[in-house]
Ligand binder design. Sequence first.
Ligand SMILES: *[C@@H]1O[C@H](CO)[C@@H](O)[C@H](O)[C@H]1NC(C)=O
Ligand SMILES: *[C@@H]1O[C@H](CO)[C@@H](O)[C@H](O)[C@H]1NC(C)=O
Ligand SMILES: *[C@@H]1O[C@H](CO)[C@@H](O)[C@H](O)[C@H]1NC(C)=O
Length: 428
Amino acid sequence: MTLKRTVMLMILGSVVSMASTTRVLELSDRFLDIRKDGQWLVMFYAPWCAHCKRLEPIWSHVAQALHNTNIRVGRVDCTRFTNVATEFGVSGFPTILFLNGEIQYTFKGDRTKEEIVNFALRVSGPPVKQITRTESLENLKASNPLFFVYVGDHAGLLWESYSDVAEKFQPHGFFYSVSPEIARKHLTVTSIPSVFVYKENTQYIFPAEPVNEDLEMGHLNASMFGWINVERFATFPKVTRGSINQLLQTKKYLVLAVVEENKLLEIPTEMLVFRDMIESVIIKNREKLHKWFQFGWVGSPELANSIAMSVLPLPYLLVVNSTTNHHHIPEDDPSQLTPEAVTIFLEQVYNHSAPSYGGNTLPVKLYRTYFEARTSLSDMWHGNPVLTAVLFGLPLGFLTLICYSICCSDIMDADDDDEEDMTHEKKE
Ligand SMILES: *[C@@H]1O[C@H](CO)[C@@H](O)[C@H](O)[C@H]1NC(C)=O
Ligand SMILES: *[C@@H]1O[C@H](CO)[C@@H](O)[C@H](O)[C@H]1NC(C)=O
Ligand SMILES: *[C@@H]1O[C@H](CO)[C@@H](O)[C@H](O)[C@H]1NC(C)=O
């Protein structure tokens, strides 16, 4: 053990104390001295913030899941150590950062154990992870629902372009490379080098133009970026507040089946039938629709309500134009829709003959903010009228509301700095 490491461990021992029941390190302001040593996944919280409280048990599970990795999981109470919050530019609670030397990534997804752990694993290694054993590829196919893989030598235009784009999407996807020998055992390899995405037990190949030296690199980069950007989603994913902004980056139409899940994540049968019907449309017409439409389903009607800015009946079908944030709804009662009717409706959306609503103009944005605030308030009121009344009598009520609105801020606000968020520009 080197001297540096020993000293480091001694400092570590003195700045952190381990809560007895969890593997989460409780960090103080002396964390600033060691933040650049090793890899850290840190939650910045405030004791009064309800969303932080909800994250607490999940955070313990995250720490447990990452226990055998090099990533240390900690948390900082920002009301006690305000200088730490300032140093990292933390403005809302909870904020989850991954730190590795100079590199810093902010977690933007849904705060579930799985999402957070996957995020940490993606950003902790190199952007493209190499598969060296045959079994690893087999395991990957069994355990990982969606990943990208490059087959061939680490040289040439296709490789450069793949590794470059992998770096940009590192927080959002798993990227691997594998030798042709290993790949042939588990995948269908038609040309070398090539790039695949593996999802839903199917491989889709990156449609590369023949790679030759005259091919303009910029063109290849752009088509690789475009292809990975749209292929990184499942065919029919669950859409949440944490994932919708990434889905809007596809610049496609988002076709959303809106249903309601209960607390046990169960969906009533008639809604399930509707959701399966919508799914069948994309599965049967992938060739025709995939280029322009990204399908998905929403389990919490309030997300769909705030897009539509009204309380929608259930089940429902909502199509969002990801460039303009306009939305389209079928004229017929959605519960009576057939796959044929859905296809015709989508054609009308595509040829601009379907009526559109909403958008992202300022009045619409203001109205959406108002709608969301009203919904949050009425949820609070229905959840606990006494508490809501008391909270509004107290200055603390404002803090709670601020916390609430930061955490639930405008879903559709895919503005300019989202471009940066998407690639998680490495910040100093
Ligand atoms: C394409 O990506 C490669 C690999 O990072 C990079 O060297 C090259 O400059 C990029 N070309 C353009 C035109 O962006
Ligand atoms: C969204 O609306 C704009 C303006 O009407 C249109 O040009 C674009 O093709 C639409 N579709 C998508 C997927 O952005
Ligand atoms: C748009 O598509 C619908 C459905 O296929 C079709 O009936 C309609 O004529 C089309 N409108 C235009 C302007 O092309």
